[in-house]
Each structure stands twice: as C-alpha cells, then as structure tokens.
Design a protein around this ligand. Structure first.
Ligand SMILES: Nc1ncnc2c1ncn2[C@@H]1O[C@H](COP(=O)(O)OP(=O)(O)OP(=O)(O)O)[C@@H](O)[C@H]1O
Length: 304
C-alpha cells in the first residue's frame, strides 16, 4: 500500500502492458478518504480508481539529474522523464557516465560560444554540466595525454542531430587545437560522400576501411556502395573523362547484382554535393596532407 500526501511525486504505471507503454510521472493534487487525484506529466488530471498502480518517485527523478547513472529510478520511465524535464528547461545534454545523450532542441541555443569553448577546455568529464564540448574536450586531451587516436561514436535516428553534433565537435577541436578551419571544412564537405557510403561520418580524414563482402561480391539484387553508382551517374561525361572513369556498366564490381540505377535524393542535391566534395578531396590534396581518402579505395576497387 502506498500512503500519499498532497504534492507527492509518483509514478503511474500504464494500464496496459506494451512495448511503448511506460510509467508516467505525476504529482498528487488531492487526497482525501481514499480518493486521490494526480496531475500527470502531460498535464492530465487523473482520479485514481484503485486499478492504476502507483509508486513513490525517487527524489532524483523529481528534480532531474545531470548524470543518469545516479537515478534512483533507473529504468526506462526514469530515463525518459529525466530527459524530458531537462529538455523543458532547455537542458538538452545529459550524461550517462561518460556517454552523452543529446536531445535535438530544434532552436539555436546560446550554448556554443567561444566562452563556452574556453570553459570546457581541459576539464574532466563531469566537472561541468553535460555538453557536447565536454565530449570533444575529453577526446582531445586523451589523445594528447595517451598519444592514441580517439573515436567519438555519434548515433541516433535520422534528424536526431548527428551532423550538428559533429560540426560542434569540429568547432571545438578547431578552436582548441589552433588549427585553421580548413580541416573542419574539408571534413564537412566529405559528409555527402560518407553518407552515400552508408558509413559513419568521419571526424578525421583518416578513414577506417570497413570492407564489407559486397564490395567485391554482390548477390542478386545486391549493390555495392551507393557512392559508386552515385558518383558515376552524377559526373558529367567530361568530368568522368578527366578522372579516367567510365560509366557504371563497365565495372564488374558494380554490376554483379544486376542493378546499377541510382535515384537522386533531394532533387539532385546529392549529386551536386558529391561533385563539390570531390573537388575538395582530390588525390593531390589527400597526398599532400598525408591522408587517405575513400577515393583511393574507389579507384582501387574499380581498377583491379
Ligand atoms: N544542437 C542543436 N542545436 C540546434 N539545432 C539542432 C541541434 N541539433 C540538431 N539541430 C537541428 O536539427 C536538424 C537535424 O539535425 P542533423 O542534420 O544534425 O540530424 P542528423 O542526425 O545528422 O540526421 P540524418 O541522419 O538524417 O542526416 C538540423 O538541421 C538542425 O536544424
């Protein structure tokens, strides 16, 4: 039995079990002689009829917490409520240990200034409120301290804010490393190419080659990387000639699956983006900077 007083925070368990049904938070508005009224987090007033299961909410869930490792109610409902209450206060970043959860604010928040970069520079994770700069700073200083490459994995559904987070990390790294923004510019320009490869986008120009078997061996209806078809279809005949490339039908490694057609996404913007990215990432640029680009792989695969 749960004894409740007015103002108490509670969890209201869902009446039906289901994949997407989780407990919702609420506050007791009225309680007298067995009658209890709760306002839930959606603002709905609910009279409890004895069927709804309720539980006291842990104080960490009431107030919200910067690092969810410390949540007293460490379950799906607790995590969602914590992110929700912080989001309502424009606190879009939350830690779970050293993992950062970012909720897309869909508005420009004044939290990415050069003052913020200075503030987050050379700090320990958790010393300051959660922020994408804290992750960038941690990687940068770990790289310097341990002389090891670092990797930041940015994951989320389409539109979650991965590209935006990548740009913010680059902004931070460019500022603290004192490198001119051409690195950031080149990497961002490579984005359409990396997307067409259906691969994680790189933060660094050194790219890990993920050799999937379909690169050299495609089953019926299977295709090689989207970028290959996209590039060959998107380049003009002159541009192809300049790069010593032919159209897709000429390449064994593009035709085994039988489908070489490529639909243009974004009304042709994809091709235009890839074209301008290619101008940035020419072989000579890659060689000059001592880096390798996926184009090497592209040429290598098509020419063997
Ligand atoms: N931190 C942020 N501040 C302000 N706006 C943001 C932020 N993160 C994302 N957005 C907004 O959300 C939009 C979608 O974000 P973004 O393009 O980064 O998503 P994505 O995860 O890379 O999507 P996709 O996987 O489809 O490419 C951006 O155009 C931007 O307007």
């Amino acid at each position: 039995m749960v004894i409740l007083s007015k103002g108490d925070h509670v969890w209201l368990e869902p009446e039906t079990k289901g994949e997407f049904n989780v407990a919702i938070g609420g506050r007791v508005k009225f309680t007298q002689s067995g009658k209890i009224q709760v306002i839930d987090d959606d603002g709905k007033e609910v009279w409890l009829d004895g069927k709804t299961q309720i539980k006291h909410m842990h104080p960490t869930s009431v107030e919200g917490i910067e690092d969810m490792i410390g949540l007293g109610d460490l379950n799906e409902a607790g995590i969602l409520r914590n992110l929700f209450t912080r989001y309502m206060e424009n606190l879009i970043y939350t830690f779970t240990g050293s993992i950062l959860v970012a909720v897309n604010p869909y508005q420009v928040l004044p939290i990415y200034t050069s003052e913020q970069i200075k503030l987050y520079s050379d700090r320990k994770i958790g010393e300051l409120p959660p922020h994408v700069f804290a992750i960038a700073d941690n990687s940068y200083y770990n790289m310097k301290r341990y002389r090891h490459d670092q990797c930041i994995i940015i994951s989320g559904e389409s539109g979650a804010g991965k590209t935006e987070s990548t740009k913010l990390i680059l902004q931070f790294l460019a500022a603290v490393s004192g490198h001119h923004s051409w690195i950031a510019q080149q990497i961002l320009e490579a984005n359409p190419i990396m997307e067409a490869f259906e691969m994680p986008r790189p933060l660094e120009m050194t790219i890990l080659v993920d050799l999937k078997s379909r690169i050299v061996n495609q089953a019926h209806d299977e295709r090689n990387y989207h970028i290959f078809y996209c590039m060959l279809a998107g380049l003009s005949a002159d541009e192809r000639k300049q790069l010593d490339l032919k159209d897709a039908t000429h390449y064994y490694y593009l035709t085994q699956g039988g489908d070489i057609n490529v639909e243009q996404r974004d009304g042709g913007k994809e091709f235009a983006d890839i074209r301008s990215a290619m101008k940035v990432l020419t072989f000579s640029d890659a060689e000059k900077s001592g880096k390798y680009s996926k184009f090497c792989l592209f040429y290598f695969i098509l020419e063997i």
